[in-house]
Design a protein around this ligand. Sequence first.
Ligand code: RVP
Length: 498
Amino acid sequence: MATIINDVSRTFSEYLIIPGLTAVDCTPDKVSLMTPLVKFKKGESSRINLKTPFVSAIMQSVSDDGMAIALAKEGGVSFIFGSQSIEEQAKMVKKVKKHKAGFVESRANIMPEQTLQDVIALKEETGFSTIGVTSDGSANGKFLGIVTGRDYRLSKDSLDKKVKEFMTPIENLAVGEYGISLTEANDIIWDHKLNTLPVIDKKQNLKYFVFRKDYDNHKEYPNELLDDHKRLIVGAGINTRDFEERVPALVEAGVDVLCIDSSDGFSEWQKITIEYIKEHYKGKVAVGAGNVVDKAGFLYLAEAGADFVKVGVGGGSICITREQKGIGRGQATALIEVAEARDEYFKKTGEYIPICSDGGIVMDYHMTLALAMGADFMMMGRYFARFDESPTRKLLIGSNYVKEYWGEGSNRARNWQRYDMGGKNSLKFEEGVDSFVPYAGKLKDNLDITTGKIKSTMCSCGVATISALQAEAKITLVSSTSIIEGGAHDVIVKDTKN
Ligand code: RVP
């Protein structure tokens, strides 16, 4: 007979944290969110520690090189999506590793024959107000000029006016030569009173922009996550099919950490993949595995050699795996069981394997709950998809801006390897949806608020580190009636827009 677990499996919203004694010197500025990314032995520390306990999801609509740069600057890591060609993925990894603080590859570009209408559309779609004009409209094409809000007047100019007629052409611009240092670039910006300095190579191809507003950049990013060569740290998703070709290309590109991306990670495929990486790279590149939802799944991947284990099946905001296949488990219950298994494993073997809570985070307090329940860090898709830095289009729907967000199991992504059960190479049925999420602005601004809330809750618990939170937090189940009590209730909330 099948094993029936009669305990209900639960989600984050069914729990709350009970405050502990807050000491006078326990203030948010003293709270550290540092947390291990990869496994380590008792008495040692992890080779990579996150300074913010967030990683961005291995998804087309979330993690490209732009997101990876922005998140590493804030102390987290992006796992660049694997549902693209090996060459394209390796190229993105390289871009992150080559990123130089203050030098930004242009993300909004246009051709001279395009029109003012196109400029306005591009500005809306990308959110960027400085647009590079290149011969082929690419970020590294032959540089011809720039367009900013100062170059046109919507009240006077016709929408079909050609870009070449109103752009500021290269002849009228100060430019930096490729190879210039940030200090030199900033000197030109100050001397010429510029807002933007285009940096071009000998063939006049656009390489970067340096923005005046990024001056003193390094001071803005105290949590920046760097490798031994002062390059940003980056991760990448891999699958259990083409790893023998993909992993070498990613390692060659400089990837710091890999993660096997699968909706169900309790499989021999994952063990084979981990063993290949361990045998060929002897620990030089770390590899996380998953996803699992119970002790058995965790132990299997831990014993196979995983550097971290990802927890969660079916909880993602765009995920319909539970409806389609009937597999999964409430995220909180899955996390609690795996965290217990991780602690037991640590006691027994002296090896601490970090666990990552993946999917289903909706409210900021869910993050603190996940950490308190034992997660070392969390992977999020929806959260990051809402920001300027995610790779998808920003659209105006009705009177609200939204960003596109689609699942890897949707027809749009066609990431069949993630859902592969060993059969033919195709997506037989969808396990994800294509959706919109409310646009939320810049990653940094949102992250500051979110981490501020986490730190504040930790102070309420009287703890200043994630490990202390895990050891000391008191968590309680809540009834559905007390969930209502948690929001504004029995009052008429004022509409602050009026
Ligand atoms: P969320 O943060 O709730 O949006 O969830 C993101 C997670 O959902 C991903 O990290 C991944 O584990 C999962 N995912 C991605 N695509 C799909 C799908 O199409 N079902 N699910």
